[in-house]
Structures are given as structure tokens and as C-alpha cells.
Design a protein around this ligand. Structure first.
Ligand code: MSP
Length: 588
């Protein structure tokens, strides 16, 4: 069969829709397929190998996707969002791991897949779909996808020869292979990038005409510079497209690799595990049934940097080959190291995420990973860092602030007090005799007013850590505000003090309401506890209508005069109890 022209590959068969919204899918010019509903967003994590138990790096991938998805859901009832995850269960790596453990491959898969599922449930990952590549629906999707490539003449049978790395499940060119002393001291070939052993493979396989896709991939990326974020990764992919782009072997001989999905119509070959795995992103939205089209390509992949080439070159090329659009966005993150070292079973420094969730609480550990993880570069994990961060930002700063504004000693009526406009006039220059607000107080109001927009900007740029840094800095500023005006020294009984005392508390509670609302995607339970304590109902927590301190801007405030929610104890108990004991001892 004659291969189709790559310029026509973006054209997707199927019914056209009447109204096609503007969006990334429209930027491909005249070859753009009809776009999906712009209100829909599908976030995906990579699907995880089941050769070993989950570690904190895996959880980090999932939490990034979860936070993006939860934030999206808070934008309003029209914003439908899905979050998909799963386990990658086929391939040589799993076949070998099962043999080494003396288990049937499916037994190993069942066991470890359940561990991932259990971890994500425990960590509050709000997944709407979980795909195991051993499921029949996935096998059907992969075989259908294979058929689409074949019918377009993009698969040929030929001799494929090269280095194969089973740990990374990829072929490597000679330049990416080096020699290192093996267990016996003899130099043995390993991957330059991962250090994992490689072996020479020579087989008759099916080969995907990847080399035809250099120009379409360039066009896709040039047309959408935000397709891969952060920017250095986008540049890296453009650079790869300048280099050699050989055709890709997409099957292995079944007698070598039996643990996988057979090539349709040729049982002597098993489909390459990466092609199999990547199709999970379609399986989970119902491919090949037409329903998948409302979620594709409205899909954003969250991936680690080690699997960028598979997602930013192979996958978009395969999609284009099958007549589909590339994904909307690819968000890339770096890795966690432990005490300065790469996490590995052989070094024995793998951090168990389940134990961390127990030790630091679910919300505490979510906050830590997302606050400290910087996608652009690797981050180092050690326990003391977690304790220090959570105690200072969640227990002392945020919890302390809530306590200061709601404790019965200072807020005896247990209400959201009234805001007194003359005490805190909108224009400091027009201040009358009742005015008590100072220049720093105006700086606080402006900072917290701008916060929702800033946070939105950071999420959009995959900088959740920066969004949290901004929130934390505003929490600090609010504590400074309270400290400056020492409400505990003001008297509710004094007509001179009471309006200002109410205003100080009102402003601080408004700040807390904004912080609680913005923290929901990262610390859902803690944010719920905070907002419930403030008496904010579940229908008042959306991001679409988040509006800070309306009274300052001359509008009505629905919370003013409202009863606070019940007291339910400390927002976030300190982890380092020794210090809190010391502080108490010092106070008494
Ligand atoms: N099965 C493939 C993905 C297929 S997606 C179609 C795979 N699995 S993995 O289990 O090895 O990795 C899953 C994710 O975890 C990847 O995004 C990877 O980058 C991430 N991490 C693995 N180690 C990590 C750290 N030490 N730190 C952060 N993330 C890490 O690749």
C-alpha cells in the first residue's frame, strides 16, 4: 500500500461539527480537525511500570496532574475535567521482573497495580479512569490503532538491528551506548543516559515510518510554542528534530517477547510496549468509539523528563499517522533525588510514599511535594525538610493565622465581623479621622487581590510551586498585618476600638478565605477544614467567582455578620512537637 502524504495526516475522518471553537487544535491551519469542547480538559499521568512498588517520584507525577485537574474543576460547573492514570504491564521489563520473582507475569501485575491504585486513593488523587494495559478494552484499542497505522501504509516489515535497553524499553543508537564494568568486572554495554544494561538485537519486525514525520512535528511545535512546558523541554524536542530521526521498530518477535499484545493478523510478533502504553491515553476516553473525540485532543499529559521523547516525538507522530491530532499540552517535570542521590532499589534509598502520607498526613505530604518540586530541575528529598516546611507554613503561619482570627478570646461572637469603610478607606489620601489603615495594609490588600490571577498564571505555566510560594508569601503578609494591629489589645466594648477591631478580623478572614479557596487543588482536606471553619459553604468555593474583600471595593459582602463554622481543632498540628513544647514552656 502506498503511504499517505504526511501533510494529510492531520485530517481526521468522521463527522464535522457545526461550531468549531478557537483553541490549540485550530492552530494547525487548514489541516486542523474539528476541535473538542473547550470547556473539557483531560489530564493524564504516565502509566506506571509494575516491576517495582511505587515511590515518591511516581506520586509526584500523579499529584501534579491531580492538582491541575482539581483546579480545572473549580472553574465552574461548565468546566468538565477528567484525570486518567494506570499501570503499564506489558514488555520485556515486566516479563523479566516476573521471572526473577518466580511469578506469572499477571500475578506480578495484579499485585503491583493494586499498590498503585491503593496509593493514589490514599493520596487523594481524584482519578476518573485507571487503565491497566492487560485489560481487554485496552488490547482492542491498541489493535484498532495498529490497524489505523497499517491502513495508512505507515508500517512495513523489515530487519531491525540495534541496541535494546530492556529497563528503559527502548532502542538506542551506538552514540548513546557506553561500556562500564559489569558485575564480573568485564566492560559491558550500558545506556549513556540511564546507565541501564543494553543488549544487541537483530530481528525482523514491523517498522513505523517515523522519519516521515519530522516536518509535521516541527510544524505542530512551531505553531504552538506552549505545546511543551516548561520551555527548555520544548527547545530540547525541537533540537531532537534537527538530529537523526530513524524509523522506529514497533514490534518484537513473540518468542522473544510473549508478554504483550499480538500484532493483529501476525501472532509471531508482539506490539512494542511503548506503542501499547501510549495508546492508554485513548483507551481511557473510549477509543475507538466516537465518544473519545470529545476528549481528544483536549488532553494534557503530565510526564517526567525521562519519557519526553516518547511523548513529544513518537506519540504525536503515531497520532498523526493514525489521523489524529497531537495532544493539547505536554507538561514535563524533573526528578526527585534522595539526600543528593538518584533513588534506586540497589542503593536502598527508595522513599515509600505510603509511609510519608502516614507520617506527614495526606495534605501535608501533597503540600510538600507540590511546594518543593520544581519542574525545571531535580529536587532533593530529606525528612527534615518536610518537617521544617510543614511546621512553618501550614502549622505556624496558616494554622496560627486562622487561630488568631477565630479563637473565642479575640472573636467572642464567633462571626465574620463587619468591615468599617471609614477605618480602611479605599483611597488612603481621602482618609478621615476614623482611618486606621497604614501603607503596609494597602500593600496587603493589593497583594491578596492580585493573588487569584497570579495563581492562575502559574498553574497555566505548570509552576504550581510558584503559586504556592505566592500564597505562602501572602499568608506571611497577613500575619504581619495582624501582628501590626495587635487585635488582642483592642476592646470590643470600646466604641473607638470595636469598628477597627472588626475590620482587622474581617480583612484577615477574607485573606484566609482566598488562601483556602486557592489551596483546594493541593490540600483539599485542609482547605475544606479552613473554609468550613470560616463558614464558607461548598457552593461558595469556586474559583470563577472568587472575589476578595468586596466591602473595600464598595460592594456587599455575603459573609459579613455570618456565624463562623464550628471549631474543629488545630488546622495542621505541628510535626516537630519538641519545639511546640519548648514554646509552651517558655510562655508559662
Ligand atoms: N511506563 C512508562 C510510562 C508510560 S506512559 C505511556 C514509565 N513508567 S515509570 O513507572 O518508570 O515512570 C512513571 C513516571 O514516574 C514517569 O513520569 C517518570 O518520569 C516518573 N518518575 C520516575 N522516577 C522519578 C523520580 N525519581 N522523580 C520524579 N518522577 C519520577 O516510564
Amino acid at each position: 500500500m502506498r503511504p499517505v502524504s504526511v501533510l494529510r495526516l492531520w485530517r481526521r475522518p468522521g463527522p464535522r461539527r457545526a461550531a468549531v471553537p478557537e483553541g490549540p487544535a485550530r492552530r494547525y491551519g487548514s489541516h486542523a480537525p474539528p476541535g473538542p469542547d473547550p470547556a473539557r480538559a483531560h489530564f493524564t499521568t504516565p502509566i506506571f511500570y509494575v516491576n517495582a512498588a511505587p515511590h515518591i517520584g511516581h506520586l509526584y507525577s500523579a499529584l501534579l496532574a491531580d492538582a491541575l485537574c482539581r483546579r480545572r474543576r473549580l472553574l465552574g460547573p461548565g468546566a468538565a475535567a477528567r484525570l486518567s492514570t494506570g499501570t503499564d504491564e506489558h514488555g520485556l521489563k515486566i516479563q523479566q521482573a516476573a521471572a526473577a520473582a518466580g511469578l506469572a507475569p499477571l500475578e506480578l501485575c495484579d499485585r503491583v497495580s493494586a499498590q498503585f491504585r491503593q496509593l493514589f486513593r490514599a493520596a487523594g488523587v481524584s482519578a476518573t479512569g485507571f487503565t491497566r494495559t492487560t485489560e481487554p478494552r485496552h488490547r482492542a484499542a491498541v489493535q484498532h490503532f495498529w490497524g489505523a497505522l497499517q491502513s495508512r501504509g505507515l508500517l512495513r516489515k523489515g530487519l531491525y538491528e540495534g541496541w535494546y535497553c530492556a529497563s528503559d524499553e527502548c532502542f538506542l543508537p551506538e552514540a548513546k551506548v557506553t561500556r562500564q564494568p559489569g558485575p564480573s568486572g568485564e566492560p559491558s554495554p550500558v545506556s549513556v543516559e540511564s546507565g541501564h544494561p543494553v543488549s544487541w538485537t537483530k530481528e525482523e519486525n514491523y517498522i513505523f515510518r517515523l522519519s516521515q514525520f519530522r516536518e509535521p512535528l516541527r510544524q505542530w511545535l512551531r505553531g504552538d510554542p506552549r505545546a511543551i512546558t516548561p520551555e527548555p523541554f520544548y527547545q530540547a524536542v525541537l533540537q531532537w528534530l534537527e538530529e537523526d530521526l530513524p524509523d522506529l521498530s514497533v514490534s518484537r518477535r513473540s518468542n522473544h517477547l510473549h508478554w504483550g499484545i499480538p500484532v493483529p493478523g501476525d501472532e509471531s510478533q508482539t506490539i512494542y510496549v511503548w506503542l501499547d502504553a501510549l495508546v492508554n491515553y485513548l483507551t481511557v476516553i473510549g477509543y475507538p468509539d466516537a465518544e473519545f473525540e470529545s476528549w481528544w485532543p483536549a488532553t494534557s499529559h503530565i510526564i517526567g523528563k525521562d519519557i519526553l521523547k516518547f511523548h513529544a516525538i513518537y506519540w504525536p507522530a503515531l497520532l498523526l499517522g493514525a489521523g489524529l491530532s497531537p495532544p493539547r499540552r505536554i507538561y514535563v517535570h524533573s526528578h526527585w533525588t534522595v539526600c543528593g542521590q538518584k533513588m534506586s532499589k540497589s542503593v536502598g534509598n527508595v522513599v515509600d510514599p505510603g509511609a510519608c502520607l502516614e507520617r506527614y498526613t495526606v495534605d501535608g505530604f501533597r503540600y510538600f511535594l507540590l511546594r518543593q518540586g520544581v519542574p525545571n530541575w531535580d529536587c532533593d528529598y530529606y525528612d527534615e525538610k518536610v518537617v521544617k516546611l510543614l511546621d512553618s507554613e501550614l502549622a505556624d503561619a496558616l494554622g496560627g493565622l486562622l487561630n488568631r482570627c477565630t479563637a473565642s478570646r479575640i472573636n467572642p461572637s464567633g462571626t465574620y465581623p463587619a468591615f468599617c469603610a471609614p477605618c480602611f478607606p479605599r483611597e488612603p489620601g481621602l482618609a478621615g479621622p476614623a482611618a486606621r489603615a497604614q501603607a503596609e495594609d494597602y500593600a496587603l490588600v493589593h497583594a491578596v487581590s492580585a493573588l487569584p490571577q497570579q495563581v492562575a498564571h502559574y498553574y497555566d505555566n505548570f509552576q504550581i510551586y510558584k503559586a504556592l510560594e505566592e500564597v505562602s508569601s501572602c499568608v506571611r503578609q497577613t500575619n504581619g498585618f495582624v501582628q501590626r494591629h495587635t487585635p488582642w489589645k483592642l476592646n470590643w466594648e470600646s466604641p473607638g476600638d470595636a469598628p477597627w477591631l472588626g475590620t482587622v478580623l474581617h480583612v484577615a478572614l477574607e485573606c484566609l478565605r482566598v488562601f483556602g479557596t486557592l489551596l483546594q487543588p493541593v490540600t483539599p482536606d485542609l482547605a475544606d477544614k479552613l473554609l468550613s471553619r470560616l463558614g464558607i459553604s461548598t457552593t461558595e468555593r469556586g474559583l470563577g467567582e472568587l472575589c476578595f474583600l468586596p466591602r473595600f471595593y464598595g460592594h456587599a459582602c455575603p459573609f459579613e455578620g455570618r456565624k463562623l463554622g464550628p471549631e474543629t481543632g488545630l488546622l495542621f498540628p505541628r510535626l516537630d512537637q519538641s519545639r511546640s513544647r519548648l514554646v509552651k514552656a517558655h510562655r508559662t
